[in-house]
Design a protein around this ligand. Sequence first.
Ligand SMILES: NC(=O)c1ccc[n+]([C@@H]2O[C@H](COP(=O)([O-])OP(=O)(O)OC[C@H]3O[C@@H](n4cnc5c(N)ncnc54)[C@H](O)[C@@H]3O)[C@@H](O)[C@H]2O)c1
Length: 251
Amino acid sequence: MTDFTGLTALVTGGASGIGRATAELLAARGAQVAVLDLDPSGVEKPLRGYVADVTDDTAVRAAVAAAVADLGGLDILVNNAGIGAQGTVEDNDDDRWHAVLDVNVLGVVRTTRAALPHLRASAHAAIVNTCSIAATAGLPQRALYSASKGAVLSLTLAMAADHVRDGVRVNCVNPGTVDTPWVGRLLDAAPDPAAERAALAARQPTGRLVTADEVAGAIAYLASPLSGATTGTALAVDGGMQGLRLRPVTR
Ligand SMILES: NC(=O)c1ccc[n+]([C@@H]2O[C@H](COP(=O)([O-])OP(=O)(O)OC[C@H]3O[C@@H](n4cnc5c(N)ncnc54)[C@H](O)[C@@H]3O)[C@@H](O)[C@H]2O)c1
C-alpha cells in the first residue's frame, strides 16, 4: 500500500518530459494513470494513452470521458501540457500570442472543466498545474511564455478558492530550467549549445538543471492525499533560483 493505491490520475502532456516522469511516478506509487497527449503512441503499460489536443474542447471532453470510463473515476488531474515561446514583447505576432495562450492557459481551463464533475465525486481530489518560475521572476526573452505562466499561477489560486468547498485541492509547481526534450530542443537551436546549457545551469544556485523526476516528485507531493491541508500554493522546484541570493564565488 502506498499513498496513491486505489487512486486514478490523468496527466496532460504525459508523453514526454515532466509529464511522462509524473505519470510513471504516480503509477509506481500505486495509481491507475491515463496520459492525454497530442501523441501518446510511446506511452507504455501500465499507463494508458489518450489522444487529444488541449486546444480542442471537443477532443478534450472525449478523451477525459474515455479515460474516466476506463479508470472508473478520477481523483487527480495534472495539467502539464505546455509549449514555449521566446522573445520580447515585440517579437511575437498576435497569432503566436493566441496560440501559446490557447495551449498554456486555455488548455488548463478545458481539461479542468471536463474533469471537475468527476473530481467532485472523489474523496481525495487534487489538481496540480505545471506553472513555471517565469510566473514569479522576470526572465529575459520570455514575455509571452511568462504571461501565460503568470495566468496559470493566478488561475491556480482562483480555482483553489472556487473548489475548496467541493473538496478539490488546487496547487501548482514552479520549475526552474528542467532537463527535458523541450530544453534539449532549445539548446540544439542555440548558436553554442554547450555555452547555453552552462549559462542556464549557472542561473540556478544548485549549479545544475532540475530533473524531470524532481518535478514529478513535487507534483506527487501536492497530489497525494497526505497533503490534504495544502491548497492554493505554488511550490518552487528551481534549484533555489527564485528564493536565494548567493554572493558571487570569489577565487
Ligand atoms: N522544461 C522546462 O525547463 C520547464 C520549466 C518550467 C515549466 N515547464 C513546463 O512543464 C510542462 C512540460 O514541459 P516539458 O519540458 O516536459 O516539455 P516536453 O516538450 O518534453 O513535453 C510536453 C508534452 O506536452 C505535449 N503537448 C504539447 N502541446 C500539447 C497540446 N496542445 N495538447 C496536448 N498535449 C500537448 C507534447 O506532445 C509533449 O508530450 C510545460 O507546461 C512547461 O511549460 C517546463
